[in-house]
Design a binder for this molecule. Structure first.
Ligand SMILES: O=C(CO)COP(=O)(O)O
Ligand SMILES: [Zn+2]
Length: 213
């Protein structure tokens, strides 16, 4: 095993425990992956994100063959689809975090723009989030639906299920998942009130100043 893979495993253990301890994942909900030069690391299926063991994290190769560690998450297709369509993605985080999942259950969430530009950081870290129709957890069609987006979105909401967020590396993907969750919480808190969103000009300025995702 390379030093790079060893470091990636250790970082997954640390950041997944941090997410779990702060309540972003409960039970065995959620899964996380990291891209390697020769494949991907994925959290094993049916584990608590707070209890990962570095050597048991699953590795699959470029062809999707399981080569090391425990059996990978049942959402393996979802993770592969992000890497296949977003060359800039180095990590993917899927959670059932409360507020983003709440938005995924509301019939009046706009499926083409689930998280309106409420604050600069959600624009900078998450971008425009689309909703994918409900299928059961682990259904390979989730991968097909993500591939159909052609890599245009860094994050999606799975209807009645939860968020999936990619980032250039694991730290970025985790930070973006946290930002999405907090913004979803604000949106639910502000529901029914007169919200002032960032103007299109303000959103453009953020993209020019900080780059697109
Ligand atoms: O969130 C989950 C399914 O959507 C958890 O599944 P896994 O335990 O297989 O990762
Ligand atoms: Zn899930």
């Amino acid at each position: 095993m390379t030093d790079n893979e060893r470091a990636a495993r250790d970082q997954m253990v640390d950041l997944c425990r941090s997410l779990f301890e702060r309540g972003f994942s409960v039970g065995t909900a959620g899964n996380v992956s990291v891209r390697l030069p020769d494949g991907m690391l994925m959290t094993p299926t049916n584990v608590r994100l707070g209890d990962l063991q570095a050597d048991r994290i699953a590795k699959i190769d470029q062809e999707g063959q399981h080569v090391r560690g425990d059996k990978p998450t049942k959402e393996v297709f979802l993770h592969q689809a992000f890497y296949a369509t977003r060359p800039q993605a180095g990590a993917v985080v899927h959670l059932h975090s409360t507020w983003a999942t709440a938005l995924s259950c509301l019939t009046d969430t706009d499926p083409d723009d689930c998280i309106p530009p409420l604050t600069p950081y959600v624009v900078m870290r998450v971008g425009r989030v689309v909703m994918l129709p409900y299928v059961r957890p682990g259904d390979p069609r989730t991968g097909d639906m993500i591939r159909a987006l052609n890599g245009e979105h860094a994050a999606v909401l799975l209807a009645n299920h939860g968020p999936v967020v990619s980032g250039k590396d694991l730290m970025s993907a985790v930070a973006a998942a946290e930002e999405l969750e907090e913004t979803a919480k604000l949106l639910v808190a502000l529901r029914g009130m007169n919200m002032r969103l960032l103007s299109p000009a303000a959103v453009d300025e953020l993209k020019t100043s900080f780059g697109t995702l």
